[in-house]
Design a protein around this ligand. Structure first.
Ligand SMILES: NC(=O)c1ccc[n+]([C@@H]2O[C@H](COP(=O)([O-])OP(=O)(O)OC[C@H]3O[C@@H](n4cnc5c(N)ncnc54)[C@H](O)[C@@H]3O)[C@@H](O)[C@H]2O)c1
Ligand SMILES: O=C(O)C(=O)C[C@@H](O)[C@H](O)[C@H](O)COP(=O)(O)O
Ligand SMILES: [Zn+2]
Length: 359
């Protein structure tokens, strides 16, 4: 199957998300001719995945600097970012050079942030190798790291110069990580493209595997949702907030679990919470709430949570980026494909929605 190109606009430098299988040959063109040096930031555990990326760039005449970092969320720290700044400095990276991020969403968030901050911004090209990275994290220019106080609290909007989704990398991804990516795909279904929900419901077992019959369509539909939203609101001054569906509680759970809980799993629970909130607020009926639980559970995602104390989660949600002053704001649905903001819900509504998660 040939590669698909999904354009992302809304900036002075529109870019393509290239989706296909065995498409590494497209990488040098995304990196461009001006770069003499390319830093390839990748998890140290993914040396085998990064090697062909480095080889493709070397074959195109670039001087490649592989920069291994800790795996997954452990890389999203200021200490790792500072170490990368030091490595770029020692290697003499200038404004015409390029940072390539290879790996899951945690790695591409870090690589994007380092590219955004080095010399106040150099080009980033992202090569996501997880389902979640392809359909969400690598697209749209949100970059960042975590702090002790919460998730993604430091970062920058820095759109990539290109994104290469080589689906041939997916078969080695552990099943649990693949399923985590489905949470963001299902999110795109609830907020904007209900056909996604239909496709998952038609074949949940296939949806949970890279070789599933609808996989390519699910990936492309989710990217199309993200591309359309961020093209209209890069800096999240309005509509982009819908991409945060399920993330207000989700991020609080990730922090409470010390980032050992997969992002997609936390978002799945957060979407059920948001659905319960919307139901209690009279916005959606029981059938829509039930559809959240059934579609998420059908692919193996969690729909309940009985972990950390609710009071602590509620406190953590106060540093959510959608909050304004003391007012918590949640993305909720008025119906499938009809996201809106619920501003300042009463404490008893929040408490009741949370109780339904542990019931
Ligand atoms: N910037 C955004 O818009 C955005 C959007 C969604 C999520 N995110 C962020 O993305 C992160 C989650 O991303 P994730 O789910 O990809 O997790 P991750 O980056 O932690 O990767 C999950 C695991 O998969 C491994 N892996 C990656 N590719 C592999 C492959 N091809 N074969 C074998 N193993 C492979 C990684 O080494 C890691 O152990 C979170 O930090 C989240 O906040 C950002
Ligand atoms: O791109 C966006 O905008 C999103 O909200 C996508 C989310 O899936 C993603 O997890 C994002 O990193 C969350 O952003 P944050 O601003 O809440 O940290
Ligand atoms: Zn997310």
């Amino acid at each position: 199957m040939t590669a698909t190109r999904i354009g992302v606009g809304g900036t002075s430098a529109p870019y393509d998300v290239v989706v296909g299988s065995g498409v590494l040959g497209e990488l040098p063109a995304l990196v461009g001719d001006r770069a003499a040096r390319v830093a390839v930031i990748h998890p140290e555990t993914l040396g085998e995945v990064a090697r062909p990326v480095c080889a493709a760039l070397e074959a195109a005449g670039r001087t490649v600097h592989p920069m291994p970092v800790p795996d997954g969320e452990a890389a999203k720290t200021v200490a790792v970012a500072a170490d990368l700044w030091a490595r770029l400095g020692r290697a003499g990276f200038t404004r015409s050079d390029v940072v390539v991020g290879v790996g899951g969403g945690a790695t591409t968030d870090l690589a994007g942030f380092v590219a955004a901050s080095w010399l106040r911004g150099v080009r980033a090209v992202l090569v996501p190798t997880t389902l979640l990275g392809m359909v969400d994290a690598a697209v749209g220019g949100k970059t960042g790291i975590n702090t002790d106080e919460g998730k993604n609290l430091v970062g920058a909007f820095h759109p990539p110069a290109g994104v290469l989704c080589d689906m041939a990398t997916l078969p080695t991804l552990p099943a649990a990580d693949y399923i985590g990516g489905l949470a963001e795909i299902i999110k795109a279904g609830f907020i904007a493209d209900p056909v996604i929900l239909d496709l998952v419901e038609a074949d949940p077992e296939g949806a949970a595997r890279p070789e599933g019959r609808h996989t390519r369509e699910l990936v492309e539909r989710a990217i199309a949702v993200k591309a359309e939203v961020v093209s209209g609101d890069l800096r999240e001054s309005g509509r982009r907030e819908i991409l945060n569906y399920g993330h207000t509680l989700g991020h609080a759970i990730e922090r409470a679990e010390n980032y050992t809980f997969r992002h997609g799993y936390a978002v799945a629970i957060g979407m059920v919470f948001a659905a319960e909130l919307a139901g209690l607020d009279g916005r959606i009926d029981d059938a829509v709430i039930a559809r959240h639980r059934t579609v998420l559970a059908s692919v193996g995602l969690p729909t309940g949570y009985a972990g950390e104390a609710w009071e602590r989660l509620r406190d953590t949600m106060r540093v959510d980026k959608k909050a304004r002053g003391a007012t918590l704001r949640f993305v909720v649905l008025d119906g499938i494909g009809e996201p809106t903001i619920l501003s300042g819900p009463a404490d008893d509504l929040l408490d009741a929605a949370y109780r339904r998660l542990s019931a």
